[in-house]
Write a protein that binds this ligand. Structure first.
Ligand code: G6P
Length: 478
């Protein structure tokens, strides 16, 4: 223990995905593109300002790659075989942990072989970080795919300052209890000095599980972690750090003439309807897309919205397409969209413009500017950065945000029009209230939300986390 070879980097981010993904040969030239998801969006600006390295998977199975520089960042790829992609990524991460941590919306599957591969791959990520980290470096591990990395790192490199941030919800112990490896996961996380969660509720859930399943002694937010021989190893601190977005970047785009022009173009391509409603999600069963479509379909049936006056755009970016629950969701969503459009479209107008694509951020901001109402109806979501991006883009204080109370963002965006997406009648009423919101009321709400978002951008999030990690280390050294 403690004798692993060392590297030169003082700051290392470790996440399942690198900030760039290999473009598959079938879709292009085998070059690089930005990875999907909120994590990269949140961390890329932090890394651009730090002189550090990023350890992660580059999205292509069975490809060994040497470390390389991209966009001013040192990237250290971790290789995963096809079998590991199946068992660690599609299996344990996305068919066991993801559904378990999101209120069991889909049934989690428990397979011992997946767990073995999850452990093995977590070891590999920890080794890659250990080999790159300088003496006393800070290593910041990200998300549910890598919950054992803090423990493995502490074992091989006790000199490191280790942070962990969980981007998704942490479930209550009553649900977490189902996991056959619950003790090992809690113990893995407790290898960190600081464990960050999105909401105070997630933190409380984690601390209750640490007490219940490991018998840990918890005082306030501190967990006293014993070594196997009963000595005190260290104190792990758990705390909420709600993540945010690069507000300045979104605002700059929202003011750019070509982006404003593109928004105007989108409206005119749709026939300049009075109202455009927008949904933007990874195509994931946690996002409540069927609930949103059901509510919207009923409003059309009842004549409360008319296809001549209103259009809904649903961007559903492709995600985890080899996982069965995601395939089933796609069938369901596309079937529903087809039925709604078949019933309500005219030659001129379309009820739901469904786009199964990912778009660059410029196009996303144009969509945010074009939309009068953003619909976020997630059944459970760690944060939901789309809601924050919409608010950041609405520089004129216009627009309405319908926001599920089951998102982390609902803790901060209190002036959104909050909904319980399971309550279809309530959702329909809220959508209508958003469509008919007076400009004065919309502006009041948007101003208040914008103050919140402008004041809490992603840089502040990472600073808060890293300063807390530093202060804790200084206290522990005394
Ligand atoms: C969520 C997770 C991220 C993940 C992203 C995209 O935001 O918190 O860890 O990277 O989804 O999912 P994918 O499976 O494509 O990485």
């Amino acid at each position: 223990m403690g004798n692993a070879p060392r590297g030169n980097f003082d700051f290392i981010v470790v996440s399942n995905r690198l900030p760039v993904d290999r473009i598959p040969a079938s879709e292009g030239d085998g070059g690089w593109r930005r990875s999907p998801g909120g994590l990269v969006t949140a961390l890329a600006p932090v890394m651009n300002k730090a002189d550090g390295a990023w350890v992660g998977w580059h999205g292509a199975p069975d490809e060994d790659l040497a470390a390389f520089d991209n966009d001013g960042m040192r990237l250290i790829p971790v290789t995963l075989s096809s079998d590991e992609v199946e068992q660690y990524y599609e299996g344990f991460s996305n068919s066991t942990l993801w559904p378990l941590y999101h209120d069991v919306i889909a049934p989690p599957e428990f397979h011992r072989t997946w767990w073995d591969v999850y452990r093995r791959v977590n070891h590999r990520f920890a080794d890659a970080a250990a080999h790159s980290a300088a003496q006393g470096a800070t290593v910041w591990v990200q998300d549910y795919q890598l919950q054992l990395v803090p423990r493995y790192l502490r074992q091989s490199r006790p000199d490191l300052r280790i942070g962990f941030f969980n981007h998704i919800p942490f479930p209550p112990p009553e649900i977490f209890a189902q996991l056959p490896w619950r003790r090992a996961i809690i113990d893995g996380l407790l290898g960190a000095d600081l464990i960050g969660f999105q909401r105070p509720n997630d933190t409380a859930n984690f601390l209750r599980s640490a007490r219940r399943f490991l018998g840990a002694s918890v005082k306030q937010k501190q967990v006293h972690v014993p070594t196997p021989d009963g000595e005190m190893s260290h104190i792990a601190r758990a705390e909420a750090f709600p993540i945010s977005i690069d507000v300045e970047h979104i605002q700059t785009l929202a003011r750019r003439p070509d982006v404003i022009e593109r928004a105007r173009q989108i409206r005119s391509d749709l026939g300049n309807p009075t109202t455009i409603l927008l949904g933007v999600d990874r195509l994931d069963y946690t996002k409540g897309i069927p609930h949103r479509l059901k509510a919207y379909g009923e409003l059309l049936s009842e004549g409360k919205v008319k296809v001549e006056d209103a259009s809904m755009i649903q961007v559903a970016s492709p995600s985890r397409e080899r996982v069965e629950t995601y395939r089933m969701l796609r069938e369901e969503v596309e079937g529903t969209v087809g039925r709604i459009n078949g019933q309500f479209d005219t030659i001129q107008n379309t009820a739901v413009r469904y786009l199964h694509h990912s778009y660059p951020v410029e196009e996303m901001v144009a969509l945010y500017l074009a939309a009068d109402v953003l619909l976020v109806t997630a059944l459970r979501d760690g944060m939901n950065l789309v809601a924050k991006e919409y608010v950041a883009a609405r520089v004129n204080n216009t627009g309405a945000l319908v926001l599920s109370e089951f998102t982390g963002a609902a803790d901060q965006l209190r002036q959104a029009m909050l909904v319980n997406p399971h309550d279809i009648d309530g959702l329909k009423e809220t959508i209508m209230a958003a469509v008919n919101l007076s400009p004065a009321a919309a502006s009041r709400r948007m101003r208040a939300m914008r103050r919140q978002v402008l004041d809490h951008d992603v840089e502040r999030w990472s600073q808060d986390f890293l300063v807390t990690l530093d202060e804790k280390a200084v206290r522990d050294d005394r």
